[in-house]
Design a protein around this ligand. Structure first.
Ligand SMILES: [Zn+2]
Length: 155
């Protein structure tokens, strides 16, 4: 327990029911031996829990990262910049280099990393950070522009 404010006590503590004499505590299942409990893998980090499971982590490393690299190489310019420029009636605009992958059907709307969309190039747009933020911050607008699949329409 962290030190913080001292607990307030309204009055003296009272037991509502008298304490019962008890049988000694018993474990329902016998404790496992230490060798079963300990993992043979060392802990990766004690700083924070990893949000991804080891399997997802591996999938990420083997499938997703190469895909990210490949797509950003093949599609080096933001695919949303021209769409937003047209939407904003900006005749002159500079297309920014793409640096993020945006999923048109977002992971929350598909099966996440266990779905095909996650690795489906057709579901992915290569976008710059600014456009990515705009899509995230203005999902309704992004849906209207076809940059985002509205939830509930698929499947
Ligand atoms: Zn852009």
């Amino acid at each position: 327990m962290k030190k913080g404010k001292p607990l307030k006590r309204g009055g003296p503590l009272k037991a509502k029911t008298p304490l019962k004499a008890n049988k000694p505590l018993q474990a329902k299942t016998p404790l496992k031996s230490n060798s079963q409990l300990s993992s043979n893998k060392p802990l990766q980090s004690n700083k924070q829990l990893r949000p991804r499971s080891a399997k997802a982590q591996q999938l990420y490393k083997e499938k997703r990262i190469p895909l990210v690299k490949k797509l950003l190489t093949e599609r080096p310019w933001c695919e949303a910049c021209p769409i937003y420029a047209e939407h904003d009636n900006r005749q002159f605009f500079r297309v920014q280099p793409s640096c993020d992958l945006h999923e048109i059907k977002s992971r929350g709307r598909t099966g996440g990393i266990h779905s095909e969309e996650w690795l489906d190039e057709a579901n992915i747009m290569c976008v710059c950070r600014g456009c990515h933020r705009r899509i995230t911050d203005n999902p309704k607008e992004a849906e209207a522009l076809g940059l985002l699949k509205p939830s509930g329409l698929d499947k």
